[in-house]
Design a protein around this ligand. Structure first.
Ligand SMILES: Nc1ncnc2c1ncn2[C@@H]1O[C@H](COP(=O)(O)OP(=O)(O)OP(=O)(O)O)[C@@H](O)[C@H]1O
Ligand SMILES: [Mg+2]
Length: 313
């Protein structure tokens, strides 16, 4: 549904999106991650046809955004970073207006507005003017606008930004639900959203793709991936530590507080290490109070792969 080849954007001498290539199929939710200024919004603006690319090719459902912009845009819903709003329109008036722009009329128009009002929880503010809405409600109105024609492709720039925790949760569920039948790209700075909503995530740094994979495969790149923490009651922690060090699956073994932290020789073999530790505990007749393998931390991977704006400046 979304095919991107060698997408590049320069402003003057500065290349802010640098040779991005990827595709998103129906049933996929791709998370765009990256520090401030990485080029996420610029890439999304090009994908949705709001900004011409300096080089590269974008196809939406087979339609080239440069050659067939109308056909491509018809398939797409877009939640921009800072949406243009119509301050004196009511929420209802605005959504009816957008539905008309999307070619809906009569009952279909009313049904479409009703559907997004329900999905985005806008019932209580339907007849309020947009300028009097709180930030979160204004944001939800923009979200509703992007969904009005039930598009097959959804591009959302920080869809949960500024929402309260309940609404964040609802919007993540909504994205996950819509991702079952649509092709979705959304950007976020909230790394937990990768687990909550994405089938795949991409980390962008200074316009370039530095990682692209499933949430699990990205987390597995973390230093702590596969590490097993063990706590037993009874024996001295140093005795437990020494016994753990004899396992073929273990590399480093450290004592932290009353617990033992065992790193696997092979980061992908955390489960095998956990099993070996369980067997060891059974042989030694230890009473296990805690045993868990870490799947890795996305924030650690993010920090390793990206350079922050402040460091750059
Ligand atoms: N119209 C423009 N003219 C010049 N530079 C621009 C323009 N639009 C964006 N940029 C620059 O491109 C770079 C990427 O910006 P972009 O908004 O895509 O980042 P982002 O990844 O969305 O960041 P954030 O997480 O802060 O939203 C920034 O350095 C920005 O200043
Ligand atoms: Mg942005």
């Amino acid at each position: 549904m979304i095919q991107i080849e060698h997408l590049t954007k320069s402003f003057g001498q500065r290349r802010v999106v640098d040779d991005l290539s990827f595709s998103v199929e129906r049933g996929e939710v791709l998370g765009f991650l990256g520090p401030n200024g990485a080029g996420k919004s610029t890439a999304m603006r090009m994908i949705t046809g709001f900004l011409p690319a300096s080089a590269g090719r974008i196809r939406i459902g087979g339609h080239d955004i440069a050659d067939a912009p109308l056909a491509a845009k018809r398939l797409m819903g877009y939640l921009p970073e800072s949406a243009a709003s119509y301050p004196d329109m009511t929420v209802n008036g605005f959504l009816l207006f957008i539905a008309e722009l999307r070619g809906l009329a009569g009952d279909a128009k009313k049904r479409a507005v009703h559907r997004v009002v329900e999905r985005c929880f806008l019932d209580s503010v339907l007849y309020q003017s947009i300028e009097t809405l709180s930030k979160g409600y204004r944001h939800r109105t923009c979200l509703a606008q992007s969904l009005i024609h039930d598009p097959e492709v959804l591009i959302m720039d920080e869809p949960t930004d500024g929402l309260d925790p309940n609404q964040k949760h609802e919007v993540r569920n909504l994205i996950r639900e819509m991702g079952k039948t649509k092709a979705v790209i959304f950007s976020t700075h909230i790394l937990e959203e990768v687990d909550a909503a994405c089938t795949r995530a991409m980390i962008i740094d200074r316009g370039r793709m530095v990682a692209n994979g499933t949430p699990a495969s990205l987390k597995a790149m973390s230093q702590s991936a596969g590490r097993v923490t063990l706590q037993v009651t009874g024996p001295e922690v140093t005795a437990v530590q020494a016994a753990c060090a004899t396992l073929a699956e273990a590399s480093a073994v450290e004592a932290v507080g009353g617990k033992v932290r065992v790193s696997p020789k092979d980061k992908t073999a955390g489960a095998a290490l956990a099993r070996a530790l369980m067997e060891l505990a059974a042989r030694e007749h230890w009473q296990v109070a805690e045993l868990h393998a870490e799947e890795g931390h996305l924030d650690e991977v993010f920090r390793k792969l990206t350079v922050s704006d402040t460091v750059r400046a």
